[in-house]
Design a protein around this ligand. Structure first.
Ligand SMILES: Cc1ncc(COP(=O)(O)O)c(C=O)c1O
Length: 452
């Protein structure tokens, strides 16, 4: 077989299932979708069909697919200088460092570059320990921060269990999940017990003397698009300052316009000490993560060495892709489009909630939206207990996703009993109408399992 001879879809599937290990799933019986090309908000399959991408893949294609400006920036850079060692300076790295310092909130002035969200969080964890000399990190149940030992230890669900104990000194507290409040309280009468709980755990773990950092996603993504109550982030910021603890905001999913602002923490006017990001930074065109730090954190490394790095830190092609992506977000005003289209999507989600009993709650900000599926609105029993096991092909949610795929619309199966609606930021009203008409039909599947 010559190298250039195209492979037919069956051969692609055979080679892949014979020779590639697929992440996060049983390998038996896999029949992956074969993607051929992408353009704008659409993916074209090897089956000859066109699919509306209502997921932005793993919530990274914020710009849509095959944007000419980013493709050209990568090609031009590849022709000139594809990569150099991470201790040399390049024009795209200089530009990106400056751009991030401009668009991130407050005085987050310096960034360390890696190749994805996991590594960005791994870097944040090390920075917190290096800078404070303390060990303990507090995270939250239902969080997902990545798949290597450090970032995984800060996550909290079934995907960790086979590897535990992971990194010692990482503890978890309860999440601010109003629909299923772990404190049995109701906002606003609760006076933010979820935030008070963060302080209680910090104090019991030794407070300023022992705790290095608290890490949280501004809006929990894979855990179920969980939007914290207003005031939570402000209170958490105060608590971290009071106890001299580094506040890390994991903006891997929420960054780059996903929630209708450049970064999720901006909804609550909070400046974390460390902000991690990836995905939308290049819209997935190149693998890239960034760990951005405030000036006071960066200044520490004037005195002590920054003992962390990768061969591909600041990879030149990734830098060029990120600069072109951020320019494109600005040119096309996509951050505002995310806010506007997000409002429209929310109206549509509410209409479906009125019509379908199995939709327990709808929530989100910008184009980071979710519909929580329940078997009963009275008991709020979830359609499946997602934190305990991977979604199975027979689960209600996977059946819904399969049905939607048949209708030409792709949405993501997150790790919760929630349909994630996270299209590219370039999505239009007509495309939202179309996707939601497909969701409407597919929800008959969850309604059929509804018990009340
Ligand atoms: C909030 C959050 N943090 C970290 C990660 C890990 O990022 P990556 O898969 O790029 O390593 C993810 C991935 O989905 C994520 O959603």
């Amino acid at each position: 077989m010559s190298k250039t001879q195209p492979l037919d879809p069956e051969t692609i599937i055979k080679y892949e299932t014979d020779h590639v290990l697929y992440p996060w799933t049983h390998q038996k019986g896999l029949k992956p979708f074969v993607a051929e090309k992408g353009k704008g908000n659409y993916i074209y399959g090897a089956d000859g069909r066109k699919y509306l991408d209502f997921s932005a893949q793993f919530v990274f294609s914020n710009l849509g697919h095959s944007d000419d400006r980013v493709v050209k920036a990568i090609a031009d850079q590849a022709a000139k200088l594809p990569s150099v060692n991470s201790q040399w300076a390049t024009e795209p790295k200089a530009r990106l460092g400056k751009l991030l310092s401009d668009i991130t909130p407050g005085d987050l002035t310096k960034s360390f570059f890696s190749t994805g969200g996991t590594e960005a969080n791994e870097g944040a964890m090390k920075i917190a320990r290096l800078v404070t000399g303390k060990q303990k990190i507090i995270s939250r149940y239902r969080a997902y921060h990545g798949s290597t030992y450090g970032s995984m230890s800060m996550s909290a669900e079934f995907r960790n269990w086979a590897y535990e104990p992971a990194v010692p000194g990482v503890l978890h507290c309860l999440e601010p999940y109003c629909y299923r409040c772990p404190f049995g309280a109701t906002y606003p009468a609760c006076d933010l017990r979820c935030a008070q709980h963060v302080e209680d755990v910090i104090c019991r773990e030794g407070g300023a003397r022992r705790v290095a950092a608290f890490i949280a996603e501004p809006i929990m993504g894979p855990g179920g698009i969980i939007v914290p109550p207003d005031g939570y982030w402000q209170r958490v910021r105060e608590i971290c300052t009071k106890h001299e603890i580094i506040l890390i905001a994991d903006e891997v999913m929420t960054g780059f316009g996903r929630t209708g602002k450049w970064f999720g923490v901006e909804h609550w006017n909070v400046v974390p000490d460390v902000l991690t990001t990836a995905k939308g930074i290049t819209s997935g065109y190149m693998p890239l993560g960034a760990t951005c730090v405030r000036k006071w954190v960066a200044d520490k490394f004037e005195e002590i060495p920054y003992l962390h790095g990768h061969t591909y830190s600041g990879h030149t092609l990734a830098m060029a892709a990120a600069v072109a992506t951020i320019d494109a977000y600005r040119q096309d005003d996509l951050i505002n489009n995310s806010a506007k289209m997000g409002e429209y999507l929310k109206v549509k989600m509410h209409e479906l909630q009125d019509k379908h009993p199995s939709v327990g709650e709808v929530r989100g900000k910008g184009l980071f939206c979710g519909m929580e599926l329940v078997k009963s609105r009275k008991t709020r029993e979830p359609s499946h207990e997602a934190l305990m096991e991977p979604p199975r092909p027979v689960s209600t949610k996977m059946k819904i996703i399969g049905k939607m795929m048949q209708e030409g619309v792709y949405i993501l199966a997150g790790a919760a009993s929630v349909l994630m609606l996270t299209p590219p930021l370039s999505i239009t009203k007509d495309e939202i109408d179309h996707a939601m008409s497909v969701v409407d039909k597919a929800l008959e599947i969850s309604d059929a399992e509804y018990k009340d």
